[in-house]
Ligand binder design. Structure first.
Ligand code: PLP
Length: 425
């Protein structure tokens, strides 16, 4: 039995048989050999399962996807070449031109652009809602052609904590699945399926990798959403797919319908797969996820408390602080109440003050990245969110003075000493 999350981090996914390598091998091969044309034809028709081309499936990628599925408690998962690809596929798997979906407005800036601009060009419209609004208020965004509800467990960079049970209730009352980006919390701190989410996505680039070595994503299916119950809403899953000689995903794959379609249709046609080498690197990160995430959170808690007591700091946002608006929800929804290693804050003074502070940091580096073992810092209004208008910035909850501080797993006293000297400089 390997059910505890720590054991799953280390051992799930790849189980060597007698005489096979103990460490998960990298199948660095685009293609797989068969001895008869018929065998290969059956694979193309999905009559048999097996590997034939890495764009669809690769054993190394599948080992890692299986580990992530088990960590989240899902029935299946696929890896994608980035978190962006995972968000796009998760929605595009059930939405087509003429469809609509609803998303929390406090999401990662790249996802906001994808939903507001690029998906619109494909004829798919998104309405953004304030995640803290009442159920009645959020309900107003739904239309007859709405196909999904989307939110981030902990929003980047606003750090709002999503009430997943509330969002699941709204989604299910409207006959649509709830898709959750669980990147910041990771399954160590939150397993959204336990609160009613149906699909989970990750930017595995972040804590799951944790060492900034690969860009990647994942989609996990809980297998819980009953697509047939709302048959006419999801014809892409419940009616024959012409590109597979009339195969119907719900009939052929049951609880695996959604994730199978994402693999055999979207991945086949759009092709955002990670290299097996990147999947290998990701797996090294996953093996220590259960050790790193609690340390990130302990360090972040101490940094947040230090900042809260510093007279140069105007405000601090971290759900571990008792003063935080999301503290109670975080206690309920997160393992040991721990959210993530990211803290946001603003300094007294103008916008330039934030820039001066960041430029004076020595140990903590300015990088676009977040959720790395090394402490890093970013000013979203100047960097990740610079494409957003002031109006969009405010809608996404990003204040111009917001500093995003991603606390690493170094000695926390060294991190705090660096903050102190940069504040004094
Ligand atoms: N989701 C969240 C919460 C993120 O923070 C990011 C990137 O920062 C993404 C998705 C996109 O992931 P990627 O950069 O791997 O494409």
């Amino acid at each position: 039995m390997k059910n505890n999350i720590e054991t799953l981090c280390v051992q799930a996914g790849y189980e060597p048989k007698n005489g096979e390598p103990r460490v998960m091998p990298i199948y660095q091969s685009t293609t797989f050999k068969y001895s008869s044309t018929e065998q290969m034809a059956d694979l193309f028709d999905l009559k048999e399962s097996g590997y034939f081309y890495t764009r669809l499936q690769n054993p190394t990628n599948d080992f890692v996807a299986s580990k992530i599925a088990q960590l989240e408690g899902g029935v299946g998962a696929i890896l994608t070449s980035s978190g962006q690809a995972a968000s796009f596929y998760a929605i595009f798997n059930i939405c087509e031109a003429g469809d609509h979906f609803v998303s929390s407005s406090t999401i990662y800036g790249g996802t906001f652009n994808l939903f507001a601009v690029t998906m619109k060009k494909l004829g798919i419209e998104c309405t953004f809602v304030d995640p803290d609004a009442s159920e009645e208020e959020i309900q107003k965004a739904f239309r007859p052609n709405t196909k999904a509800l989307f939110g981030e467990t902990i929003a980047n960079p606003v750090l709002s904590v999503l009430d997943i049970e509330k969002f699941a209730r709204i989604a299910h009352n409207n006959g649509v699945p709830l898709v959750i980006d669980n990147t910041f919390a990771t399954p160590i701190n939150c397993r959204p399926f336990e609160f009613g989410a149906d699909i989970v996505i990750h930017s595995t680039t972040k804590y799951m990798d944790g060492h900034a070595t690969q860009v990647g994503g994942a989609i996990v299916d809980s297998g819980n959403f009953d697509w047939e119950r709302v048959h006419d809403k999801f014809k892409g899953l419940t009616e024959p797919d012409e590109s597979y000689h009339g195969l119907t995903y719900t009939k052929a794959f049951g609880k695996m319908a959604y994730i199978t379609k994402a693999t055999v249709q979207l991945m086949r046609d759009l092709g955002s797969i990670p290299s097996p080498n990147n999947a290998f690197l990701l797996n090294l990160g996953l093996e220590t996820l259960h050790l790193r995430v609690p340390r990130h959170c302990e360090n972040a808690q101490k940094v947040a408390e230090y900042l809260e007591n510093n007279s140069q700091v105007a405000w601090v946002n971290y759900s571990g602080l008792k003063s935080n608006k999301y503290h109670e929800l975080a206690q309920k929804q997160f393992t040991n109440g721990q959210s993530c290693g990211v803290v946001t804050f603003g300094l007294k003074g103008d916008r330039q003050r934030a820039i001066r502070f960041m430029d004076n940091l020595k140990l903590c580096s300015i990088v676009t990245h977040v959720a790395d073992a090394r402490t890093c810092v970013l000013h979203p209004a100047s960097h990740t969110h610079r494409q957003l208008s002031d109006e969009q910035l405010i809608e996404a909850g990003v204040r111009p003075d917001l500093i995003r501080f991603s606390v690493g797993i170094e000695n926390v006293n060294d991190i705090i000493a660096d903050i102190e000297q940069a504040l004094q400089a």
